[in-house]
Ligand binder design. Sequence first.
Ligand code: ZN
Ligand code: ZN
Length: 298
Amino acid sequence: MANGGPVEHGFPHLETVRAAVTALYRRLSYDTVHRFAVSVAPADVAFCDSDDLYLGAQRVARELVRHYRLPDARMIVGFREMRHAANVELAAGPEYFVELNERFRAHRRDIGAALAHEIMHVFLHRLGLSFPGTRENEILTDTATTYLGAGWLLLDAYREDAVSSQKLGYLTPEEFGYVLAKRALVFGEDPSTWFTSAQAYTAYVRGRERARLDERQPPLSAAGWSGRRRYARDRRHAQDHRPLAVVADAPYDFVPDAGGPLRVAFSCPTCLQRIRVPVRGRVRARCGLCRTVLECDT
Ligand SMILES: [Zn+2]
Ligand SMILES: [Zn+2]
């Protein structure tokens, strides 16, 4: 887990974040994702400076192991001086050694956030799910932590004031907000009351705006007027020109169907996998991966 440096903002990793959500649904299935309908409760991972450091860290780790449904896994938490914020040894188990940076001794309230990320590494390791490259794999880990209900802790560990800033994880605060909002839309959750950090809440609101924008892209019926107008123009162009040219900067592509009608491909706003539907006016499609019903005007 990374540590330090200036805090990056915006959505620079959005493509990998979206691929991570799709990969989670593919690897876990709809049913397993829906077993994580309830997030980690703030009271269950609370850690105050008067709690015993080792007993408290073990208690929070046990709570996260329970949340991730890793029944036989045992986390052994230690502290040492290191460059990174935290690290976990991915061995065969059932015991896993998690090392936290010394500075958490004095910042106990963020221990839950660090453990949420490190124990997710164990979860993904056992699942055999990884992305190539360290950076991509860390983005997958943060995204999975958040989508499965523990990542709000990572976002809440983001704090900034006139003299200092702190952020954990590889996603920007806004990207954490984006994944958190995607999750909230699926499970009807409202994470906004859990934040202790005002900056984290602001980032959540920005991420939520971005997440809602995914639901208003053509060919979805909820798309706005200007998006629909552009879509109609691109569709006309696609119908007149074959083979098809790629539509630049659009959230959709037109694809020919062998001998059949034109089809449009776009991302499911929930699981973000590519979906194809025929171009023939109003179409109701159901995403095969996350089962979301999509009202489209193609
Ligand atoms: Zn990591
Ligand atoms: Zn879907």
